[in-house]
Design a protein around this ligand. Structure first.
Ligand SMILES: [Zn+2]
Ligand SMILES: [Zn+2]
Length: 360
């Protein structure tokens, strides 16, 4: 039996979407096949976590699972690894609990897959390519996805239906030998044991458009699970998670970067190097710069997803007052205060005026 999905993700049964997502991200991160090449245990844990998350993050599937356990999910399709669905069909003869139509009907489309991909901030900003490895089912090469040599079903003669005469009425029911497909296997393929599909780990390269953000889904048509009996493959959805940048914060297409400067640089003005996505660049700090000043580097932000060029890089100036002074610095500042005397700066004047108005 598969493990309990809540247990797999290590979350309580009333876990909300955020808790689920967090738990899944953590597990997927640890056991990702890319991080653990050749480690079958990690791959199994990755699959298990993906399967648990795909069910629990889908309200309909989750409620079916809560009520009926793993059997409640049979026939729902869409789960990345359908081992338990196959088991269900074996045990219950392909019956369908929810009336969603037969599984394994001839030419059934393969399931869609989801792959969570973490990318660097720079790749999200400027675009790029990422290699990924996807565990999935592909059509068996030995039998061309047919599961073996086929022949017309000898019970229904290939109709898929069996007709019965009941009094005046002729009624039909689905053939129980071929489950409606009209065909049966004469020889089961050794490569796939009749499934028509085999598990594989496919390497591929994904193009990341510039300007993407966390949560964006890229759809790769036809890269999902192989279909059954010649059915088309499902799609692959790559869900992006952008790593945080140590320096830049994102605000839509704009980037922010905090620049701490000393009181001397603020007072006297300075030329300072700041980081950009493309490397260092010099900016001028005006004499008399204040905390909260913004220096805008046009077109040095992120690419806008739907065209329209790049946003800006905004350097947020922050004047840092020293917390420790050497003897000499202290003497110089005391001298500075002495020379300045009662000289009042513009903002201090405003403040003093307001205090006077309030207290007089
Ligand atoms: Zn039949
Ligand atoms: Zn085969």
């Amino acid at each position: 039996m598969p493990r309990d999905y809540y247990e797999v993700l290590g979350v309580p049964r009333d876990a909300g979407p955020d808790t689920l997502k967090k738990a899944y991200r953590r597990l997927a991160h640890q056991s990702h096949p890319d991080k653990n090449p050749g480690d079958a245990g990690a791959e199994a844990r990755f699959k298990e976590a993906s399967e648990a998350y795909s069910v629990l993050s889908d309200a309909e599937k989750r409620s079916a699972y809560d009520r009926f356990g793993h059997e409640g999910l049979a026939g729902q399709g869409g789960d990345p690894f359908q081992g338990f669905t196959d088991l269900f069909n074996e045990v219950f003869g392909g019956g369908d609990l929810f009336g969603r139509g037969r599984r394994r009907a001839t030419g059934q489309r393969g399931a869609d897959l989801r792959y969570d991909l973490e990318i660097d901030f720079e790749v999200a900003a400027l675009g790029g390519k990422q290699s990924i490895r996807i565990p999935k089912h592909k059509a068996c090469a030995d039998c061309d996805g047919r599961g073996g040599e086929r022949e017309l079903c000898d019970r229904c003669g290939g109709h898929g239906q069996i007709f019965l005469q009941q009094g005046f009425f002729r009624v039909s029911r689905t053939c129980d030998r071929c489950r409606g497909s009209g065909q049966s296997l004469r020889r089961v393929c050794d490569g796939c044991r009749g499934d028509g599909r085999v598990e594989t780990v496919q390497s591929m390269s994904v193009r990341i458009p510039a300007g993407v953000d966390t949560g964006i889904r890229l759809r790769l048509t036809g890269e999902g699970e192989a279909g059954y009996d010649g059915g088309p493959p499902g799609d692959l959805y790559v869900v992006l998670f952008v790593r945080e940048h140590p320096i830049f914060q994102r605000d839509g297409p704009d980037l922010h970067c905090e620049l701490p400067i000393s009181i001397a640089q603020a007072s006297l003005g300075a030329e300072i190097e700041v980081p950009t996505l493309e490397g260092k660049e010099k900016v001028q700090i005006r004499a008399g710069a204040q905390s909260g000043d913004e220096i805008r580097l046009r077109g040095r932000g992120l690419e806008r997803l739907n065209g329209g060029g790049r946003g800006d890089l905004i350097v947020d100036v922050f004047v840092e007052v020293p917390t420790r002074l050497s003897q000499e610095q202290r003497q110089l500042l005391e001298r500075f205060a002495e020379i300045s005397g009662e000289e009042v700066t513009p903002r201090r004047r405003g403040f003093l005026d307001k205090v006077r108005d309030l207290l007089d």
